[in-house]
Write a protein that binds this ligand. Sequence first.
Ligand code: NAP
Ligand code: ZN
Length: 350
Amino acid sequence: MAIRAYGALAADKPLQAIDIERRAVGADDVQIAIAYCGVCHSDLHTARSEWAGTLYPCVPGHEIVGHVTAVGPAVTKFKVGDTVGVGCMVGSCLTCEACEEGLEQYCECGLIGTYNGETADAPGHTLGGYSEQIVVKDRFVLKITHDESQLAAVAPLLCAGITTYSPLRHWKVGPGKKVGVVGIGGLGHMGVKIAHAMGAKVVAFTTSESKRQAALDLGADEVVVSRNADEMAKHADSFDFILNTVAASHDLDPFMDLIKRDGAMCLVGVPEHKHPALNVAPMIFSRKTLAGSLIGGIPETQEMLDFCAEHGIVSDIETIKADDINEAYERMLKSDVKYRFVIDAATLAA
Ligand code: NAP
Ligand code: ZN
């Protein structure tokens, strides 16, 4: 069935309205009418092939919320009318150790991304959520229990929410822990909200003076403008954990200097160009860890959605029309969004 989507035909072309096909509903498939789709910086990296290997046409979007319109005969967990979400993955091998542990994002055979992933469906690679409808295997569909009126603001939880929740849980963030969040964009603002709800003392690091008050409003206990060396120095050797969400190559040393013995900094940003090499001596002398983390598994994504519903957490969003997407990308590059653009899928219709 042909449906309307928004995608790029080449790395150097703006996104435009296109028609795409979705497969017929199979035995364990869930068909979803998309209501909203968040705009992640990964969408921009991919649409412009900044990570190389983008297949075109490229329809980005992996922060999908909507309503079930059909289910296959083997589906028991979902029914028509349910409010559901789809995040960054639509498949994995389901049999390797990682998949069996519910860590499908680390599938040893390679996860299938919601866009630019391998599929037998036309056109031979997956097409994401900047579209009216999607068909996804039930295992990769999430239940949403937030109030229906919050649906647009729930969309970013499907990537920005889980990508910050998972490392915060893994490194046992909670009461008594001092936690930094670097880069107060789509991911970072969720990191601040979630770390605060977990009971940690949260310090937000931003390059944008204009976000100083805004970060406090998100739940940060303190805000540091990271370009200011004096402000940074006050926090030397004091953090249990820092979550670094910055989307661009930058010097990691000033942040490693803020971590205390046995503390860790986890990188989740995937910049187009490498970070400069680290100064390792301070890491060695205080047994510090530098780590990375990829989204989160399906069971943990459901746990995160339920945690956010229970704590009244949603994303701070600016809803846009599909036609506004190219301008939204430019504004995202200038860190000019508080904090996530969300496409209203009703504006996709021809
Ligand atoms: P975003 O909304 O653009 O936020 C990134 C933030 O980084 C900006 O708001 C800005 O915050 C800061 N920043 C940008 N350029 C900077 C620079 N040159 N130096 C220092 N800080 C800078 O992006 P996002 O959607 O949150 O995504 C962030 C990164 O995570 C992207 O690379 C994305 O691809 C990646 N990602 C990874 C995963 C994963 O599983 N690991 C999942 C999703 C996304 P301030 O204005 O506060 O400085
Ligand atoms: Zn994302």
